[in-house]
Design a protein around this ligand. Structure first.
Ligand code: PGA
Length: 244
């Protein structure tokens, strides 16, 4: 468990926002706050990765991809493999984000294969897990999240290369409803027990007003932020709020 209330990891998922040039400028602006004792990461669209990797690495910021295919290569038009990401020297890849699970119908079996592909290519992964509003209403939130985590992680080759982000699906994005930290602490505690030394991040409508409360949840090691961190100023103010 993380006894220090400061986050150890803090980053943003840019989703389908920013051109390649915009990401270079964004990461360059973050470089001046990158010595905060927190591992920062940015997960831009694929088209931004090659251009931003140098500036990210010069500032010790991890750069990540939002998705990968489970195969190394093949007849999969429009897809990107772990081998390709690894050749770009990206630091991590996102697996199982709620938008992939819901909008692109990725199930637990697909997510497991993608996590294995990340591991086979030496990529650090952020595995996203989170219950639906319906599962929460039925009192099955912890059960649903633990099931997702187990299906992805049981027997995985190198757990030390995985971070887990708990993001309740109902708390994510424009239509999301920010979670009451007390109401989700049952799930973060259950995940903490399951994960051993794997880092646990929280995400879903986190902003400068709420970041401190989420970062102080017992066992939570970091924050994974969307909208509130899409500008350098926004990123910095959420980070500051989380760290104090
Ligand atoms: P949000 O996105 O902070 O805009 O809710 C979080 C996420 O999708 O990871």
């Amino acid at each position: 468990m993380n006894g220090d209330p400061r986050p150890r990891y803090f980053g943003t998922n840019l989703k389908m926002h920013q051109t390649a040039d915009e990401t270079v400028q964004f990461v360059a602006r973050l470089a001046r706050i990158a010595s905060s004792g927190v591992q920062l990461f940015v997960i831009p669209p694929f088209t931004s990765l090659a251009g931003a990797i140098g500036v990210a690495h010069a500032a010790n910021i991890w750069l990540g991809a939002q998705n990968l295919h489970w195969a190394q290569s093949g007849e999969y038009t429009g897809e990107i493999s772990g081998r390709m990401l690894s050749a770009l020297e990206v630091d991590l890849v996102l697996v199982g984000h709620a938008e992939r699970r819901q909008t692109f119908s990725e199930d637990d079996a697909v997510i497991r294969r993608k996590l294995e592909a990340a591991q086979a290519n030496g990529l650090r992964a952020i595995l996203c897990v989170g219950e639906t509003a319906e599962e929460r209403r039925c009192g099955a939130a912890a059960e649903a999240v633990l099931r997702q985590a187990r299906l992805a992680l049981d027997g995985i080759a190198d757990p030390s290369r995985v971070l887990v982000a708990y993001e309740p699906t109902w708390a994510i994005g424009e239509g999301g409803e920010a979670a009451d930290p007390a109401a989700i602490s049952e799930v973060t505690a259950a995940l903490r027990d399951l994960l051993g030394s794997m880092p646990l991040l929280y995400g879903g409508s986190v902003n400068a007003g709420s970041a401190g409360r989420y970062a102080r949840l017992p066992g939570v090691d970091g924050l994974f932020v969307g909208r509130a961190a899409w500008t350098p100023d926004g990123f910095e103010s959420v980070l500051r709020a989380a760290a104090t």
